[in-house]
Design a binder for this molecule. Structure first.
Ligand code: GDP
Ligand code: MG
Length: 438
């Protein structure tokens, strides 16, 4: 991933070859994150097609377009927004959790009850798991720790009856969010699936949440389909994302059920639950910490060159005023190191390039204020006597003025190269002149 994005940001021409390389790198990243092979293919096909789409929206460079396509594609599969549980206040909203044994249902029921109770919703929990010994006391303890109402009956062996009794009890107590914990067993056993269907029929839950173990790889898809055939899975919670698992299996579960991920579990503790953040999750899958931030940066950093400046550039002219405009645009990106970090890159910039400092820009401006129009437009004429005059006029040193001129020379050379690549390539796009050789 990193190498391709690095190339994407450094290339002066973005062509089919580069897009293919990028697509390959995305494939690798997603496979490492345990995303299902077929999904990986579907995702990357979309990226490839749209990245090379010739009609770019106005004002959008191909570079920006590609990063956006990658993001949009993941958003298409993950959902772009966080979707909360729908709870009608004052009503008994029954939410049923399903999933195989060990996926984290009971823990998640405890977490959700606490989460919503803290937000002013009357929450309660029902244990309808009469299969696993200890399920009753596990949930009872979790409920007691958060002080939420609990219903269970160790003597009732019929899960459907348990669920019904529990629902009645909770309704009578005026509970608004009733969380129904069910049993799991080992796999997509026929018995388990039938039980889930029977419970759902009997109590008609408001929403059915499938709990998926985030460390599970590609089997997540098959599991999700099995539950989805039995019951109408309305949303997904992915647990155990506190470890090194990247959670790629969750994408398969989403694809299999068409249901959105609503929360993720990030630890064994009762507070270790977070609303699902698609952006963060996409970054996790791609091995980049902050993909949305990156897209925003790319957008901000687009070097806008007006027609006039472009024409001058083509003729090899690059005035000090042009340079100032460019430096200011670069400055908007913030410290370049930060942008690299978001890309997950460890790139050593030449020291004097690493940061465009506020003071430098200010000093440049002060110096330029002491120049004449013709000096600004044609800095070549600034020889030592003019340098001395400008330095004393602006209250800076001869060295400061020379630094400015040196910086201008460097940037001019870069802009010339960029001008050439633009003339050459149909795919040519504006480069970021402050970042040579990436
Ligand atoms: N690290 C971690 N462990 C979790 C998380 N959610 C659940 N677990 C653990 O997973 C195991 C199984 O959880 P449990 O709720 O009993 O699963 P159930 O069989 O589906 O009810 C327990 O040891 C939990 O502490 C999580 O988000 N992170
Ligand atoms: Mg359980």
């Amino acid at each position: 991933m990193h190498s391709a994005l690095k190339r994407l940001f450094g290339a002066s021409v973005i062509d089919e070859e580069l897009v293919k390389e990028l697509v390959k790198d995305i494939q690798r990243a997603l496979l490492v994150a345990d995303v299902d092979v077929n999904l990986v293919m579907a995702i990357t096909e979309r990226v490839q097609e749209q990245s090379l789409d010739e009609t770019l929206p106005r004002g959008v460079s191909r570079r920006e377009h590609i990063v956006k396509v990658v993001w949009d594609t993941l958003a298409y599969f993950l959902g772009e927004k966080t979707v909360p549980l729908t709870i009608n206040p004052g009503q008994p909203n029954l939410v049923m959790l399903v999933g195989i044994q060990g996926s984290g249902k009971t823990t998640t029921v405890g977490k959700l009850a606490r989460y919503y109770q803290k937000r002013g919703i009357k929450a309660g929990v029902i244990c309808a798991d009469n299969f696993r010994p200890g399920a009753y006391s596990q949930l009872k303890q979790l409920a007691e720790r958060s002080n939420v109402p609990f219903f269970g009956d160790e003597d009732e062996k019929d899960a459907v009856k348990l669920a019904k009794k529990g629902f009645k009890d909770m309704r009578e107590r005026g509970i608004e969010l009733i969380l129904l914990d069910t049993s799991g067993r080992h796999r997509e056993e026929v018995g388990l699936i039938k039980e889930m269907r029977d419970i759902a029929k009997a109590v008609k839950p408001h929403e059915i949440i499938l709990v998926v173990d985030g460390t599970l790889g590609q089997q997540a898809g098959a599991q999700a389909s099995a539950f989805n055939r039995a019951t109408d899975v309305g949303s997904i919670i992915v647990t155990k994302l506190d470890g090194s698992a990247k959670g790629g299996g969750a994408l398969s579960a989403v694809a299999a059920t068409q249901a959105p991920i609503k929360f993720i579990g990030t630890g064994e503790g009762l507070d270790a639950i977070e609303p699902f953040n698609p952006t963060k999750f996409a970054g996790r899958l791609l091995g980049m910490s902050d993909i949305r931030g990156l897209i925003d940066k790319v957008r901000e950093a687009q070097i806008e060159i007006d027609d006039d400046a472009a024409r001058r550039l083509m003729k090899g002219q690059f005035t000090l005023t042009d340079m100032m405009a460019q430096l200011k645009q670069l400055k908007k990106m913030g410290p370049i190191g930060k942008v690299m970090e978001m890309l997950g890159l460890q790139y050593k910039l030449p020291d004097d390039m690493a940061e465009i400092q506020e003071e430098n820009l200010k000093r440049f401006e002060v110096i330029m204020n002491s120049m004449t129009r013709s000096e600004l437009d044609n800095p070549k004429i600034i020889k030592s006597s003019r340098i001395k005059r400008i330095a004393s006029g602006s209250g800076t040193s001869v060295r400061d003025v020379r630094d400015l001129l040196k910086q201008h020379e460097q940037m001019k050379r870069m802009m010339k190269q960029f001008g050439k690549s633009r003339r050459r390539g149909r795919g040519g796009i504006p480069g970021i002149p402050g970042l040579p050789g990436m």
